[in-house]
Design a protein around this ligand. Structure first.
Ligand SMILES: NC(=O)C[C@H](N)C(=O)O
Length: 339
């Protein structure tokens, strides 16, 4: 009994914050891998479904919200971010896992990576199939998340994502396909692997995050409106103008190729910038864009910002957080290079 108590004491304390998603989803039959309802199963049931978690850590759960991640709002992000910060400040918490829908998982992971001032592991995890499906991936993804959250070597590496046995940087990772369990990829590769509850590391994030970030969730009262407009052949400027009219402080241009801008849209974006709206050029190419200043468009002349390798949805996250500190386009550009 004494020996057992000693092992329990040595285990890390990990809190699982549940937000919903397919990892908490349920379908009508085991054959339903794609047809199901997300955000149905509560955190206690999720934990009970993976009894092996108790060998990795002292685990407790909290249901922060219960939603499909496509419906996440900025208020939800702030609520989650504040709860993560409270737990990270607590001396009896060693690591935090967030179960999350996969549709906007990359946005939440990047947001937390920017605003949480802690070196404790924060792992965001989801699943591509509901727990009721054959070959459901949620159990192992969650087991891997708790394994990484309880390991000392995950400290100081920024917010991480464990999907499909890989450990990805929350900054870089993106959902690349909606129907395979091998859905999450980063243009720059995973940071490591997690196998049978043990993590193996291969590289480190180079961009500023968490402890080294100038942003702090505790200083952020609200997030400004930042919207995304998608580009394609024969695009018009209607969406850009409408978004600005509805109050967007910045518009992310989800551009073609190098973040290129159609000649039919350029005049509207120049006019919007003169009216004070920040214009941020990103790219919607599938495998990860790489937008450079003054390539394709004269950003210096137009006073626009480039999102560099951030996809449009991640650029929206950084723009919102950055705008809580500055509305200077040069400062914004510095932040887009550094984070
Ligand atoms: N696989 C998933 O989690 C998709 C779901 N729509 C969600 O993001 O909540």
């Amino acid at each position: 009994k004494e020996a057992q108590t000693q092992t329990e004491q040595k285990l890390a304390n990990v809190v699982i914050l549940a937000t919903g998603g397919t990892i908490a989803g349920a379908g009508a039959s085991a054959a339903n891998s794609a047809t199901y309802q997300a955000a149905k199963v509560g955190i206690e049931q999720l934990i009970a479904g993976v009894p092996e978690l108790s060998q990795l850590a002292n685990v407790r759960g909290e249901q922060v919200m219960q939603i499909a991640s496509e419906s996440i709002t900025n208020d939800n992000l702030l609520q989650l971010g504040r709860r993560v910060a409270e737990l990270a400040d607590s001396s009896d918490v060693d690591g935090i896992v967030i179960t999350h829908g996969t549709d906007t998982l990359e946005e939440t992971a990047y947001f937390l990576n920017l605003v949480e001032k802690t070196d404790k592991p924060i792992i965001v995890v989801g699943s591509m199939r509901p727990g009721t499906a054959m070959s459901a991936d949620g159990m192992l993804n969650l087991y891997n998340a708790v394994a990484v959250a309880s390991s000392k070597d995950a400290r100081g590496k920024g917010v991480l994502v464990t999907m499909n046995d890989e450990i990805q940087s929350g900054r870089d990772v993106s959902k690349m396909i909606n129907i395979k369990t091998e859905a999450f990829k980063s243009a720059w590769g995973p940071l490591g692997m997690v196998v049978e509850g043990k993590s193996y590391w291969f590289r480190l994030p180079a961009k500023r995050h968490t402890m080294d970030s100038e942003f702090d969730i505790k200083d952020i009262k609200s997030l400004p409106a930042v919207e995304i407009a998608y580009s394609y052949g024969n695009v018009s400027d209607t969406a850009y103008k409408a978004l600005a009219q509805s109050g967007a402080k910045a518009i992310i241009h989800a551009g073609t190729g190098n973040g290129s801008v159609s000649s039919r849209v350029v005049p509207a974006l120049q006019a919007l910038r003169k009216d004070g709206v920040q214009i941020i050029r990103s790219s919607h190419v599938n495998a990860g864009g790489f937008v450079l200043r003054n390539a394709e468009q004269p950003d210096d002349k137009n006073d626009w910002v480039v999102a560099h390798d951030l996809n449009p949805q991640k650029a929206r996250i950084l723009a919102m957080v950055a705008l809580t500190k500055t509305n200077d386009s040069k400062e914004l550009q510095r932040m887009f290079w550094e984070y």
